[in-house]
Design a protein around this ligand. Structure first.
Ligand SMILES: [Zn+2]
Length: 321
């Protein structure tokens, strides 16, 4: 796991360094930040520092512990995460973590247990973790990561020291992504990714700009001519959850355009498309289709194995009714 400090984490890191220097850092740290903002790299920096044999407020990078950490083979570092992206963090993983918590340190020092996606724990897993957080073993540190504390068991949250780093302004994020890619980046890419720098960078690196553009133009053509349902369904099915999120943003933007508002428009670089959709579809249809889309998204996220193409084409047909 790579320990790395992004510029927008500097302030929070200095707070942690201050606490580490006075040996006052809480045994359970809860870090809440959006997806794609680099919180895992920040958590890794903290874990590496706690485990380091030389440094107190930053890892020395050369001791045995730092070397083991960099090689992902540190015996006193345990990383709990869901088996696959989008899945729950299971009770078995948390129980294994609890077991580590009570073991003695193999290097005769501190131990760190990192809980990734702590907001995806089910109730059994959260209760299992809670027991250990309530009676923390000596020299054992917990770092919990989540995207939102709202979906966590309040009793777990209350046992932790909570931190929520602020994301930089979107102009700063845009410059950061551009300097990493040596290329200019449309502002709407930053907004589609909710201002999360790493997510915006990955969006471009994964070729999503092209996919997003293709989806947008197929959608405009579909609502303007009532043709091309199959092409659009296919594009949407291939883009999966991302595609549905892009369309949610798009319909909300169309709604604002129809109301004459420019405020917080996500697709700020696609004015021509927004205007075309605004003309082709009446406002009440936009509202009802946006509501239906949000329902469909929730349904597809809850149940795997649904015939998503059928549901998507049924939803799209709603524009023609
Ligand atoms: Zn070290």
């Amino acid at each position: 796991m790579q320990a790395n400090l992004y510029p927008w984490h500097q302030e929070l890191w200095q707070n942690w360094q201050h606490l580490l220097g006075q040996d006052r850092l809480h045994h359970a740290v809860l870090l809440s930040a959006p997806k794609g903002s680099g919180k895992l790299a920040l958590a890794a920096t903290l874990a590496k520092t706690i485990l380091c044999k030389n440094g107190v407020t930053e890892p020395c990078g050369v001791c045995h512990s730092c070397q083991l950490f960099d090689a992902d083979t540190h015996p006193d570092f345990h990383w709990l995460k869901p088996e696959a992206e989008g899945k729950q963090l299971g009770v078995d993983a948390v129980r294994a973590g609890n077991k580590y918590a009570w073991e003695t340190s193999q290097l005769g020092g501190e131990r760190v247990i990192l809980v990734q996606n702590a907001d995806s724990m089910g109730e059994a897993a959260a209760n299992a973790l809670l027991k250990t957080l309530e009676e923390p073993p000596a020299s054992c540190h917990f770092i919990l990561l989540c995207e939102s504390m709202d979906s966590m068991l309040p009793t777990v949250v209350s046992r932790c020291n909570k931190w929520k780093p602020k994301l930089p302004e979107e102009a700063v994020v845009k410059r950061w992504v551009e300097s990493g890619l040596f290329d200019s980046v449309p502002l709407q890419v930053i907004r589609i990714n909710r201002g999360a720098p790493l997510a915006a960078k990955a969006f471009i690196e994964n070729g999503n700009v092209g996919k997003h553009e293709a989806l947008l133009s197929a959608f405009v053509s579909f609502v303007s001519t009532q043709q091309g349902l199959f092409t659009l369904t296919d594009l949407l099915a291939k883009a999966q959850r991302d595609g549905l999120n892009w369309l949610s943003f798009l319909l909300l933007d169309v709604m604002k355009t129809q109301q004459g508002s420019q405020e917080a428009i996500v697709h700020c670089d696609s004015t021509a498309q927004l205007n075309a959709i605004s003309k082709a579809v009446n406002p009440s249809k936009i509202t009802s289709q946006l509501m239906a889309l949000n329902k469909l998204k929730a349904e597809l996220a809850r149940h795997t194995g649904l015939n998503s193409e059928l549901l998507l084409s049924r939803w799209l047909s709603g524009f023609n009714e």
